[in-house]
Design a protein around this ligand. Structure first.
Ligand code: FVH
Length: 279
């Protein structure tokens, strides 16, 4: 299959290399020359030439503004533009209209992987936008990563991408605070992380589908610690941080939300009810 790639940063290069390895005929363009060396792809001098070369055009650059800038007034008739650039739902919806106005079909994608993972079993790409385009290219794209098509609304892939990154940042915030607490007594952080924290987090992650079901049902009755118990626990936690000389900066926003929910009279509910304070 003929596939073009616009943008040869770390991710664009990984995409190109993997698609070449899977036997596709790959044409590439990058703003700065010299990044196509050793990829086994055909390098062209302009974005317009790359668009002309293939019915599937993948773009993966810094941001959506760069996508518009590099495409300029290039027509996209009979082309599918798959945008794997990181962005926001609103940007993806605008981009779908922008591409349609140029005659093209639009797919947005969220890459849940680092460049080194592309083409390996752990990688996942979220897709949304034109269902016909996804169906046509699903098999070719499976060389890059596992695929999950989320729906016709182009904004869904970035929405889910950002939600997954949000989960990741929350986990990293918890890890950093926990590590700082352990380090405050000069205890080995690596051993704590591997032997205790990671197994504990994995076990606790098993609770999240049940919390998600509570959220969907709007039913927050709990048979584990309610918000009042957690509020007392949080006071204890923050005090311990202060006594250990560690800043609980990444925990404090959670305490604020917890306090707000209890003050609103919902102390008997479970932790999943905190979502009501975020809506
Ligand atoms: N790398 C990662 O781990 C993450 C994984 C999840 C998805 N992201 C997103 O992928 C997009 C590209 O990321 P990248 O890692 O390839 O980024 P860089 O290596 O910094 O390369 C940036 C490319 O963008 C080109 N570029 C920037 N501005 C423009 C512009 N105005 N016109 C045309 N091209 C532009 C840049 O070109 P050059 O500097 O080499 O000329 C690179 O090709 C990104 O959205 C991540 O969030 C990656």
């Amino acid at each position: 299959m003929r596939i073009s790639i616009l943008g040869l940063g770390l991710m664009g290069q990984a995409l190109a290399r993997t698609l070449v390895g899977a036997g596709h005929s790959v044409t590439v363009w990058n703003r700065t020359e010299g990044k196509a060396d050793g990829l086994g792809a055909t390098a062209v001098a302009t974005a317009a030439e790359a668009v002309a070369a293939s019915p599937l055009v993948i773009v993966c650059v810094l941001d959506y503004a760069a996508v518009r800038e590099l495409l300029g007034s290039v027509r996209l008739d009979d082309r599918v533009l798959l945008n794997l650039t990181n962005g926001r739902p609103a940007e993806a919806r605008d981009m779908a209209d922008w591409v349609a106005a140029r005659g093209g079909d639009y797919l947005d994608g969220g890459i849940m992987a680092v460049p080194q993972m592309i083409g390996t079993p752990g990688a996942l790409i979220l897709y949304s936008g034109s269902p016909a385009a996804f169906e046509r290219y699903e098999e070719a794209l499976s060389a890059l990563a596992g695929s999950r098509y989320l729906g016709t609304d182009a904004g869904l892939a970035p929405l889910y991408d950002l939600a997954m990154l949000t989960g990741m940042y929350g986990q990293i915030a918890g890890f950093l605070e926990a590590a700082a607490l352990i380090a405050s007594e000069k205890r080995p952080v690596a051993e704590f992380t591997t032997e205790l924290l990671v197994p504990w987090l994995n076990a606790m992650a098993g609770q999240q589908p049940r919390m998600a079901a509570d959220i969907e049902a709007g039913a927050y009755v709990t048979d584990v610690s309610n918000l009042e118990i957690n509020q007392v626990g949080m006071v204890n936690l923050i005090r311990a941080f202060e006594e250990q000389g560690v800043k609980p900066d990444l925990l404090l926003p959670m305490r604020e939300v917890l306090d707000r929910r209890v003050a609103a009279g919902h102390g008997a509910q479970g932790l999943s009810s905190l979502i009501e304070e975020l809506r």
